[in-house]
Design a protein around this ligand. Structure first.
Ligand code: ADP
Ligand code: MG
Length: 345
């Protein structure tokens, strides 16, 4: 943490006063926030904002709407929460220190780990995009196992929240992977909270409630497989596109906030759609447009290659180079493809 005790700034209103981290008293319960009485606390808790962290990162309008509060009350409460957590301004050194706490989760394939700069990162959203059968769900199930491993084995030493929108999560497949990895399948299945989302509103609701579960149960990996399928099937036609994108945007922002506030890894999968503008190269592109593209920290395109191989390619990332690698889907989950079988064209 920052060492000096001097104040960084002291101008404007009282709320804008910025002090160094160790001068501010950390508030543990929302009831201790200025402006929160038992009634407001009840409303906030019912709306899923039951911790200082969840309030500090929430938009004012959302808190006001969901908890049925006046905007001015929501604003006051959020300001108090942010101040308690020092979220308004932080020193870049603190940002750097926070990054040092970033963990990397093994995929089981050295090739894919290398592609990802060491593994799937915490504090970020990693998106696996690909056609049907390209291996998206297999990767998600594999990560649900590895996330529970010790840090020394490439794990995150935490539990998993698996949100399944397509009904393709297979406990028997987790069992098979765990057994062939010589791990205890039942113990690992116990460490996965599973939630089947039946429509986009349900999916949104689950994520609204996820912060609490993730915080209390030490969830270190949150998966949404797949993030867009409900949105795509429910909002059809141009007239509903902007509403869809608005809802999707809020949903994805919430995932980002959970990832950053709790230092956990968020993995989402996405389908591809035809790209009519592509005369050359790949005739497909990830679904979800700019909103999806901006929300994902790292986008990895998967495809079926010849010889039963799968290819993984970084298509968008702030710091990973655009490279491609190959893997196999096996009993253990996903593994490196044999070097001599690597060529696919
Ligand atoms: P999607 O990208 O649509 O989510 P999946 O991740 O479900 O695709 O991948 C499905 C593919 O995984 C199947 O085509 C199959 O080849 C492969 N697969 C599934 N289970 C196993 C297994 N036990 N051993 C080897 N390959 C498997
Ligand atoms: Mg799938």
């Amino acid at each position: 943490m920052v060492e000096t005790k001097e104040k960084v700034a002291e101008k404007g209103s009282k709320e804008q006063k910025v002090e160094k981290v160790d001068e501010v008293e950390k508030i543990e319960s929302i009831l201790d926030l200025e402006g929160v009485g038992p009634v407001t606390a009840g409303k906030l808790t019912d709306a899923g904002f039951d911790s200082v962290e969840s309030l500090a990162v929430a938009p004012i309008r959302e808190v006001a709407d969901k908890a049925n509060l006046e905007s001015s009350v929501a604003l006051k409460v959020i300001k108090a929460a942010r101040q308690s957590m020092q979220l308004d301004f932080i020193n870049a050194k603190l940002l750097w220190e926070r990054r040092q706490g970033l963990l990397k989760l093994t995929t089981g394939s050295g090739n894919v780990n290398k592609l990802l700069g060491g593994g799937v990162e915490t504090q970020a959203i990693t998106e696996f995009v690909g056609e049907f059968g390209s291996g998206k769900s297999q990767i998600c199930m594999k990560l649900s196992i590895t996330a529970q491993l010790p840090n020394a084995d490439g794990g995150l030493e935490g539990k998993v929240l698996f949100i399944d929108t397509e009904g393709t999560f297979a406990p028997q497949r987790i069992h098979q992977m765990a057994t062939s990895m010589q791990l205890e399948p039942e113990k690992l299945l116990e460490g996965i909270y599973y939630s089947r989302a039946y429509n986009s509103d349900h999916q949104i609701l689950i994520i609204d409630r996820a912060f609490k579960l993730c915080q209390e149960e030490n969830v270190k990996l949150l998966i949404v497989d797949s993030v867009l399928s409900h949105f795509r099937s429910e909002y059809i036609g141009r007239e509903s596109l902007s509403e869809r994108q608005q809802k999707l945007n809020a949903h994805l922002h919430k995932l980002t906030r959970i990832a950053q506030a709790l230092n956990l890894a968020v993995v989402v999968t996405n389908q591809v759609q035809a790209n009519p503008q592509a005369f050359f190269g790949d005739p497909t592109r990830p679904a979800g447009g700019h909103i999806m593209a901006h929300a994902s920290t790292h986008r990895i395109m998967l495809r079926k290659a010849s010889g039963g191989l799968r290819a993984a390619k970084v298509i968008d990332s702030p710091y990973l180079p655009e490279s491609e690698t190959f893997f196999h889907i096996t009993e253990k989950g996903i593994e490196d493809a044999q070097p001599k079988a690597r060529r696919d064209d």
